[in-house]
Design a protein around this ligand. Structure first.
Ligand code: FAD
Ligand code: AMP
Length: 477
């Protein structure tokens, strides 16, 4: 007999699994279809984020940072020790255990919430039926509502075909068993910078080849300038305006050709990471008569509420327009399920924080100064350097700053940009303030614990109107 559900979700990434849990919590009979298998051939929930994305990359960033600190960061505290070494397979093993724990945790949450897991490939047919092709054959399930959450995968470029040995994508770069001596990274985006940082801290000579002339275009210009300076000091050789045009694997190495302002160049690496972005996964997801439209860039077309062209069919996360971020996917999942239940949930797309987990971390929410200027909005800006923060000094982590941008007329905070220690956590405070329409003055009048890194946000908010205490104000009151 055909199984029938209130909600069927295709894909168990942070979009799909969160949507499925929420749906079950709201009393909807829910199934989630997932096909991904881990290295041991077992079904693994959690999608890109848990298996080969956010979590494993952060595990390696944290391990490599500890190694870097143990090598170069302890002496200033008076801690002297010699002979620090790195056991790469142990580091990778730790990362894999974290992944296993978390993906197993999602399976546990499905069980405790009563979400039915259907293992296999899901395909939307006409009439909100879904075909599941799994280890035991083909099954058709029916649903009142279908949520498509099939996510994304790395973009391949013809000049550097991934073989997962010498030329790898982000997934392969999480599995190196030894530190490559010469590491090339194509693309100075978030993923390229994070993975480049991991291996650079462990000893690789890292060269990043970026086709664009501008570094971190989405970030506030003050932040991207500071970031380029800092990463370069850390030893990352970031070549801007360098477009990769070809590559040739020669034994254990790869010869990469690129063009820059001086013409054609060549460079040799031991490993090459291709990190040129991600594209939506819609392969065999939609039957030709499903009625779901795809936009010109290959994303499933949705409106602001993640409704597709078919009533009762929704799409969320990396497979639809917008930032390719786990928290964006999850919140879209929650919004969709709440709306299925008849609640009036709306997602605030203007306040999705972005984070780059390098050191220093980079994070922002809201608009950049350059965007606001281009839009003709008059702004006041306040900045506070971590070099003037007592807490940052205590931690010997004084690089970077907090920048708060406020509307010159209303004083409402329009953007918070941080490069520095705990930027990801600090920017969330800015996001909360902005969600409630806080002014820079109000933020400046709040009481912040001392000594904390958060005080840098407080001072930057005060600086917007010339009231910072621990630095000279650019603007006078
Ligand atoms: P996915 O996580 O891609 O999940 C989709 C799931 O659907 C997959 O499990 C797939 O197997 C399954 N699927 C696809 N098609 C079918 C089908 N037809 N039938 C059955 N199953 C199907 N984001 C952050 O916010 N923070 C970070 O720090 C961060 N770091 C990252 C680091 C790396 C190296 C990478 C690659 C990504 C990172 N991201 C990060 C991005 C984040 O992983 C994605 O934005 C997020 O996973 C998208 O969630 P999703 O649910 O839309 O899709
Ligand atoms: P993101 O989409 O943020 O992950 O960043 C990917 C980066 O890769 C972008 O900044 C692109 O400009 C860059 N990129 C894409 N193709 C090439 C190429 N052939 N050579 C060098 N950089 C590239």
């Amino acid at each position: 007999m055909t199984q029938k559900f209130d909600v069927v979700v295709i894909g168990a990434g942070p979009g799909g699994y969160v949507a499925a849990i929420k749906a079950a919590q709201l009393g909807l009979k829910t199934a989630c279809i997932e096909k991904y298998q881990d290295g041991e051939g077992k079904l693994a929930l959690g999608g890109t984020c848990l298996n080969v994305g956010c979590i494993p990359s952060k595990a390696l960033l944290d391990s490599s940072w500890k190694f870097h600190e143990a090598q170069d960061g302890f002496a200033i505290h008076g801690i002297n020790h010699a002979g620090v070494t790195i056991d790469v397979p142990a580091m990778i093993g730790r990362k894999s255990n974290i992944v296993k724990n978390l993906t197993g945790g999602v399976a546990g949450l499905f069980k405790s919430n009563g979400v039915t897991v259907l293992q296999g490939h899901g395909k939307l047919l006409a009439g909100k039926k879904v075909e599941v092709t799994g280890p035991n054959g083909v099954e058709i399930v029916e649903a009142d509502n279908v949520i498509l959450a099939s996510g994304s995968r790395p973009i391949d470029i013809p000049p550097a075909p991934v073989d997962q040995k010498t030329i790898v994508d982000s997934t392969g770069a999480l599995e190196f068993q030894q530190v490559p001596k010469r590491l090339g990274v194509i693309g100075a985006g978030v993923i390229g910078l994070e993975l480049g940082s991991v291996w650079s801290r462990l000893g690789s000579e890292v060269t990043v080849l970026e086709a664009l002339d501008t570094f971190l275009m989405a970030a506030d210009t003050a932040v991207s300038k500071e970031a380029l300076k800092t990463f370069t000091k850390q030893g990352l050789d970031i070549k801007l305006g360098a477009r990769v045009t070809g590559s040739e694997v020669q034994g254990e190495e790869v010869l990469v050709k690129y063009t820059d302002a001086n013409g054609e160049q060549t460079i040799t690496f031991d490993k090459l990471i291709v990190a040129v972005g991600r594209r939506p996964v819609t392969t065999d997801l939609l039957a030709s008569d499903s009625g779901v439209d795809i936009d010109e860039r290959g994303f499933i077309y949705v409106d602001d509420y993640c409704t597709t062209s078919v009533p009762g069919v929704y799409a969320i996360g990396d497979v639809v327009r917008g930032l390719m971020l786990a928290h964006k996917a999850s919140e879209e999942g929650i919004m969709v399920v709440e709306r299925i239940k008849g609640h009036k949930a709306v997602m605030n797309y203007d306040l999705i924080p972005s984070v780059i987990y390098t050191h220093p971390e980079i994070a922002w929410v809201g608009k950049t100064e350059q965007t606001l200027k281009a839009e003709g909005v008059e702004v006041n800006v306040g900045s506070f350097p971590f070099a003037a923060s007592g807490r940052a000094m205590a931690a010997n982590d004084t690089g970077g700053f907090v920048k708060v941008i406020a509307d010159a007329k209303t004083d409402r905070v329009l953007g918070v940009h941080v490069i520095g220690p705990s930027a990801a956590e600090l920017v969330q405070q800015g996001a909360i303030a902005m969600e409630f329409g806080t002014s820079a003055e109000d933020l400046g009048m709040m009481v912040f614990s001392h000594p904390t890194l958060s005080e840098a946000l407080h001072e930057a908010a005060l600086a917007v109107n010339g009231g910072a205490i621990h630095i000279a104000n650019r603007k006078k009151r």
